[in-house]
Design a protein around this ligand. Structure first.
Ligand code: NAP
Length: 508
């Protein structure tokens, strides 16, 4: 690489969604101004840019599902709709002067740690770049899963995934098959059911549904939040605390039975037909999969033009879906609400250490990290929404802001101590991973009797942070030198450039 022509930044953030923006704001607050944000799309927004399906909205109350550094007194609803969230993210990018740091429409193809120069080399669609630190904020829910259903490619009508909604296809008056009953499907099914001719929902596992109780936030309350910002902070704190204590039920699945009673009541009230109700009743603990909030999903399944198929899919034919009882359901379009490829985390197969080993290979099928953010052997590399960062009980943005604290602390520690690089020690990473495993044991996620995207094939929790979010905040507040290896800066020979790998030293 000809270093004189290659752009170099102190930090390269990959992505421009919530995680990337949280990291960028925190870096700025810590006095780190030399960073760039690279995203393959043409606008900021991450999942809220990509998921434009009808009915898309957040399922955590917006006054909590927003950045603490960027409060929005104007949330229109308790649970913001996708359009409002997308607008919020664009506005935050403006407010925090992030736009001039954006490199949009530019996919990062490979990243390699250069052990000689002690920095990252990035291959991007717009050419090579280098960076001292990289923050990989490509999100966990970025790569849609197209299920491996026999014959899917033979279907002659339109088919698309919820995260790549084809707005060019008018579903009104059409016969539509929906595959999947996760957080996305429970939102778009009630949105499209009234307009389609017939909707056949192929359910593999019924989700637990709790009441949502969404409503508009009154103009008076919004005025109060604007005039007296502390009232909004109090509201946020109250929502946070109400969610946070629920972690106790996730630790003790038996306590979940209380919440299950409320969900069963909701189901009874919304689905009068006992046979349909039986098929919609989960046989695993509430919380084992993501708890879904909806007041219109279950009623939509009772519509005369909606049928719920629980027979399993044998294959997809040219004209429809053949279930396992041999019945072919002819449809005009198929919508896949089949979730995301979460195992291995996006991009980690293209992040290489100095020896060329990808992060994913180094994990050997089991993602491990230190604080869900840094990985031993990959200096100066930080993963937003890395392993065990998801939450089942609170806002993931609280976790992102904690990660951002740690990242800013690590970058400024390296800067202030003249270090070329920092990375967690293997011992610190192993201790942290063992702790996660012990904490996950017996929780609703691992002992709740379901298979979810939170677990790997061996049933180990690789996605959820099993503790309190304030406990995670405490751990990520500062940089612990004892848990890290540091690389001293390289001596730069004056005349002849001789590359020497910087020694790795245990901190003093
Ligand atoms: P998901 O929760 O992973 O659900 C995927 C659905 O597809 C499940 O019902 C799954 O069945 C089914 N499925 C997958 N492969 C299948 C196959 N081969 N045959 C039949 N069914 C199949 O995906 P998602 O609904 O897109 O949600 C993903 C995550 O995104 C959520 O957990 C949440 O964190 C986030 N999200 C949040 C919001 C929000 O804030 N409002 C909205 C949408 C998504 P099984 O259950 O049997 O595996």
């Amino acid at each position: 690489m000809n270093s004189s022509t290659v752009p170099h930044d102190q930090v390269a953030i990959v992505g421009a969604g919530f995680g990337a923006i949280a990291a960028a704001i925190r870096l700025r607050q810590a006095g780190v101004e030399d960073f760039v944000m690279i995203d393959r799309a043409d606008e900021v927004g991450g999942v809220w840019r990509d998921n434009s399906y009808p009915g898309a909205a957040v399922d955590v109350k917006s006054h909590l599902y927003s950045l603490s550094s960027a409060p929005n007194p104007d949330w229109h609803n308790v649970f913001a709709r996708r359009g409002e969230l997308y607008a919020y993210l664009r506005d935050v990018a403006d407010r925090f002067d992030l736009r001039r740091r954006l490199v949009l429409g530019c996919e990062v193809e490979e990243m390699r740690w250069d052990g000689e120069e002690q920095r990252w080399e990035l291959d991007t669609a717009a050419g090579p770049r280098t960076a001292q630190h990289v923050v990989v904020a490509t999100g966990v829910l970025a790569e849609p899963v197209v299920p491996d259903l026999p014959g899917l490619e033979n279907f002659e009508g339109p088919r698309f995934h919820s995260a790549r909604w084809d707005h060019g296809v008018d579903l009104a008056g059409k016969r539509v098959a929906v595959i999947g009953t996760g957080a996305s499907a429970v939102q778009f099914v009630p949105a499209i059911a009234p307009t389609v001719a017939h909707l056949t929902l192929f359910q593999r596992t019924p989700p637990w549904i709790m009441p949502r109780h969404d409503h508009e936030i009154s103009a008076r309350t919004r005025r109060m939040f604007r005039a007296l910002p502390f009232t909004q902070r109090l509201t946020r704190a109250a929502i946070y605390l109400r969610f946070e204590w629920m972690i106790v039920a996730f630790w003790h699945p038996r306590l979940m039975r209380i919440a299950e009673q409320a969900a069963r009541r909701h189901l009874r009230q919304q689905v009068p037909d006992p046979e349909l109700r039986r098929r919609l009743t989960p046989d695993y603990s509430l919380g084992c999969k993501r708890i879904l909030l909806s007041d219109d999903y279950l009623p939509s399944l009772t519509r005369p033009n909606v049928s719920v198929n629980t027979d399993g899919i044998a294959e997809v034919t040219a004209r429809g879906v053949l279930d396992r009882t041999g019945v072919e359901h002819e449809v005009d379009a198929i919508v896949l609400g089949t979730g995301f490829r979460t195992m291995g985390l996006p991009l980690t197969d293209r992040i290489h250490d100095a020896a060329g080993v990808s992060m994913r290979e180094s994990w050997g099928g089991r993602p491990t990290s230190y604080l869900g953010t840094a990985v031993a052997g990959y200096p100066n590399c930080f993963l937003m929404h890395g392993p065990n960062i998801g939450t089942g009980h609170n806002s993931v943005l609280h976790m992102f802001e904690s990660q951002a604290n740690y990242i800013a602390a690590a970058v400024t520690y390296a800067r202030d101590h003249g270090l070329a690089a920092v990375q967690p020690t293997r011992a610190a990473q192993d201790t942290y991973s063992a702790e996660i495993e012990a904490m996950s044991d017996g929780t609703v996620w691992t002992a709740g009797g379901c298979q979810s995207w939170y677990l790997d094939e061996q049933g180990r929790n690789v996605n959820i942070w099993p503790g309190t979010t304030f406990g995670f905040r405490r751990r990520t507040r500062s940089f612990d030198p004892a848990a890290h290896l540091v690389h001293r800066p390289l001596p730069k020979p004056a005349a002849v450039h001789v590359s020497v790998a910087g020694p790795i030293e245990e901190p003093a």
